[in-house]
Design a protein around this ligand. Structure first.
Ligand SMILES: NC(=O)C1=CN([C@@H]2O[C@H](COP(=O)(O)OP(=O)(O)OC[C@H]3O[C@@H](n4cnc5c(N)ncnc54)[C@H](OP(=O)(O)O)[C@@H]3O)[C@@H](O)[C@H]2O)C=CC1
Ligand SMILES: O=C(O)[C@@H]1CCC=N1
Length: 276
């Protein structure tokens, strides 16, 4: 169904590329049906077009304005400029998907006059490998069909949950930014292994495989994280000593504050734009 649709990306950065890469690798879209624009970086457009076999020259306004599905993937600060340019050029029946952190469907709908379905989505960069955790919520004018199409797009490149829009900033703080927290932990574990004498490549391999195995255990056993943690922790053993240090350094508290701070930031970004 999606294969015959045209998809226009406004913004050609990390997130647009992650979504595009995921969709193409799952054979969900035809490269000739994909259009992509950015603000000024022509070399980036050439690079991405060549890498993914997009047709060069289709980075023009008319293609985007006519696309069945438009994916907005610019930074929050650039949203107003985009909406001022595109808002009144969009047509009835188009689906406008925004992955922008903090920006409400209400704000987007204020700029878009016609009967365009506006859908707010929070994926993460793991779209690129088909493993995004994506949350979706439709705006007031979003049709059921538009929600279905959005679910089809994102469930092809990961898992999808429908949430109330009031939860979107929390989702952003948890799973939108989440990969960065995990990478930060991986950096810390790798560097701990190296400090204790392991070769960097060995430390990386052991850390990544441990992460992968733990994620699969969570998915495949259906057990809670706390139960799996207890299975690793022998009384008086090594894990207990390690976990004691994590507790002393309040790592769980730090995680909570990280998610809350990211959520707050998403909220601030939305408010900054709304007040313009
Ligand atoms: N990165 C992530 O992990 C995630 C990001 N998001 C959201 O995705 C959005 C994009 O993030 P990310 O990809 O990281 O950002 P990037 O900075 O990598 O990319 C932003 C892109 O927007 C383009 N752009 C800026 N202004 C305009 C304009 N007026 N018209 C057309 N294109 C424009 C830029 O073009 P140029 O380079 O030419 O200026 C660039 O291609 C953000 O809103 C973010 O909140 C959501 C989930 C995860
Ligand atoms: O850092 C950001 O603002 C974006 C939103 C979620 C992940 N990256």
């Amino acid at each position: 169904m999606l294969k015959n649709k045209t998809i226009g990306f406004i913004g050609a950065g990390s997130m647009a590329e992650a979504i595009l890469k995921g969709l193409l690798s799952k054979n969900m879209v035809n490269p000739e049906n994909v259009f992509l624009i950015n603000r000024k970086d022509q070399s980036r457009l050439s690079e991405i077009s060549q890498k993914y076999g997009l047709i060069l020259g289709r980075q023009k306004a008319e293609y985007i304005a006519g696309a069945d599905i438009i994916i907005l993937a610019v930074k929050p600060k650039d949203v107003t400029e985009v909406l001022q340019r595109w808002g009144n050029r969009l047509q009835d029946g188009q689906i406008f998907i925004s992955v922008v952190a903090g920006i409400s469907t209400e704000l987007l709908e204020n700029y878009i006059q016609n009967r365009v379905s506006v859908v707010r989505v929070m994926p993460n960069t793991s779209c690129a490998v088909g493993l995004s955790a994506t949350a979706i919520s439709g705006g007031k004018r979003a049709t059921n069909r538009a929600i279905d199409v959005t679910c089809e797009i994102f469930s092809s490149i990961g898992s999808v949950v429908l949430v109330n829009e009031s939860m979107m900033d929390t989702v952003t703080g948890l799973s939108g930014s989440g990969p960065a927290y995990i990478y930060y932990m991986v950096e810390a574990l790798e560097s701990a292994g190296v400090s204790a004498g392991l070769h960097p490549q060995t430390a990386r391999l052991l850390t990544v495989q441990t992460l992968l195995g733990a994620a699969q255990m969570l998915l495949k056993t259906g057990k809670d994280a706390s139960e799996l943690r207890k299975e690793v922790t022998s009384p008086g053993g090594t894990t207990m000593a390690g976990l004691k240090a994590l507790k002393e350094y309040q790592v769980a508290e730090a995680m909570k504050v990280a998610v809350f701070k990211a959520k707050e930031r998403a909220n601030e970004l939305g408010k900054q734009l709304a007040s313009l």
